[in-house]
Ligand binder design. Structure first.
Ligand code: 4AD
Ligand code: MG
Length: 430
């Protein structure tokens, strides 16, 4: 019977056939250990010389890395491996022999691995990261679907720029100018007025000349938007959502977290509510920590965020940033209009900002004024003004960057390993 590795627990004591690639092997005169991979998992095949034909044993001994095979054998429990099963191999049939596979078990440099990303994805480490990414996506749909949200897909080709015009990818749209979406937010606001609570999940693009471990040119964002939700209501959704995805990964990806060497005690602490600090207090805190140069009105850089995050063992909200360093659509604080009702969620352990969100302006006059202050082209935004023109209501939303969240939860240093084919400054290949 043909089965996948993820299913072998159902076939203990039975003979099965697995389509697989040879990950690695070891052999002595009497026994061969074949590390097999089929995409669904990893299993060790054991071939005992005295129990198979001489020619089959010789074939097993000479297999090269990444050769594709059909492997037949009896499933056995194996208490020594964390997977718990192995295959007592009786036969192998080669599908294609792979010679000189470029990625060998020795250490390769990052650039080499990135050039071979299409093959690097086959490694155990990348397999674990992709499974965790998938679990976060799965848990995201579960969370929002079970909380009454409707999935809405905003366009990728747009004529508007919610987060400022300096980082836009420009393209021609027949005779018009268009941009690749940097955020679906404005469309999600329109959708929230139609459907109440909505969320999107899709690719977004930033032509940022940043070469840091937190920046991708193309990244995936989850953007919920909620009618009648104020700033406080939105923070509650954010902390419950993030705690839920962390707990889901802990529950459903324990093998992957172990393979990555992730310290899970830190993740276990992630439960709502999360601590909060205002921007004002964060500035004072940074001064106390010896960051003398930072002044009220400056945006935080990675070292500032890390210093603040290190002070807490949960993700932390930094709230109420200065109006002048945030986008046009944010609602001013009624107690002090120098600041806006926004929050960034900073992940622990130096992974940086994973969420940006705010209450949105719903007053028509104020929205018009803000758009003028920011010199937004009227024609391109006329439709957006209709949201505050016809039956405007308080509403809030946020955007969670998927790759930074994967990096944090999986404990992976750089976001380039958290997306199958990263788009980075100077990298469009493969
Ligand atoms: O803070 P940002 O720019 O917020 C927005 O785009 C809002 N319009 C979202 C909303 O309210 N609907 O981006 C949101 C998140 C960041 O917190 C970060 O996690 C991620 O997107 N992000 C990036 N991730 C990887 N590479 C980049 N270049 C990123 N830029 C933002
Ligand atoms: Mg932000």
């Amino acid at each position: 019977m043909k089965v996948s590795i993820s299913e072998v627990s159902k076939y203990v004591g039975q003979e099965v056939t697995i389509g697989a690639w040879l990950d690695n092997k070891r052999s002595s005169g009497k026994i061969a250990f074949l590390q097999l991979r089929d995409g669904t998992g990893f299993i060790q095949g054991v071939m005992v010389k005295s129990e198979v034909d001489e020619s089959i044993f010789q074939t097993a001994k000479s297999l090269s890395q990444e050769t594709s095979l059909f492997v037949t054998g009896v499933v056995q429990e194996d208490s020594r491996s964390s997977f718990g099963y192995e295959l007592l191999v009786s036969n192998i049939e080669i599908i294609q022999e792979a010679t000189n596979y470029p990625i060998t078990p020795k250490n390769h440099g990052t650039e080499f691995l990135m050039d071979h990303r299409h093959l690097w994805l086959r490694s155990r480490r990348q397999h674990a990261v992709m499974k965790i990414r998938n679990e976060i996506i799965r848990a995201t749909y579960e969370f929002f679907n079970s909380h009454g949200f409707v999935k809405i897909d905003p366009p990728i080709l747009t004529g508007s720029a919610p987060e400022g015009t300096t980082e836009l990818f420009h393209t021609k749209y027949f005779d018009e100018d268009a941009f690749l979406s940097q955020s679906g937010q404005l469309y999600m606001e329109a959708a929230a007025m139609a459907l109440g609570k909505v969320f999107s999940f899709g690719p977004t693009f930033r032509a940022e000349k940043s070469k840091t471990r937190r920046h991708l040119i193309e990244f995936w964002m989850i953007e919920p938007e909620m009618a009648f939700y104020n700033f406080e209501d939105s923070l509650k959704v954010q902390e419950e959502y993030v705690a839920f995805i962390v707990q889901s990964v802990l529950k459903n990806c324990s093998l992957e977290l172990e393979r990555l060497g992730r310290d899970t005690t830190k993740l276990e602490k992630v439960v709502a509510p999360f601590p909060r600090i205002t921007y004002d207090d964060a500035i004072k805190f940074l001064h106390e920590q010896g960051f003398e140069d930072i002044q009220w009105g400056d945006d935080f850089g990675a070292p500032h965020e890390t210093a603040i995050a290190d002070h807490f063992d949960q993700p932390v909200f930094i709230t109420k940033y200065p109006t002048k360093i945030k986008p046009f659509y944010m609602q001013p604080d009624s107690e002090n209009d120098e600041v806006v009702l926004c929050a960034d969620m900073i992940a622990p352990e130096g992974y940086g900002e994973i969420i940006g969100g705010s209450e949105r302006i719903h007053d028509f006059e104020l929205m018009q004024k803000r758009m003028e202050d920011h010199q937004l082209p009227k024609e391109a935004y006329e439709w957006y003004l209709d949201i505050s023109r016809y039956g405007s209501v308080p509403h809030s939303g946020f955007g969670l960057g998927l790759e930074r969240t994967v990096a944090w939860i999986a404990g992976v240093e750089h976001v380039r390993e958290t997306i199958p084919f990263p788009r980075l400054l100077n990298r469009l290949y493969p």
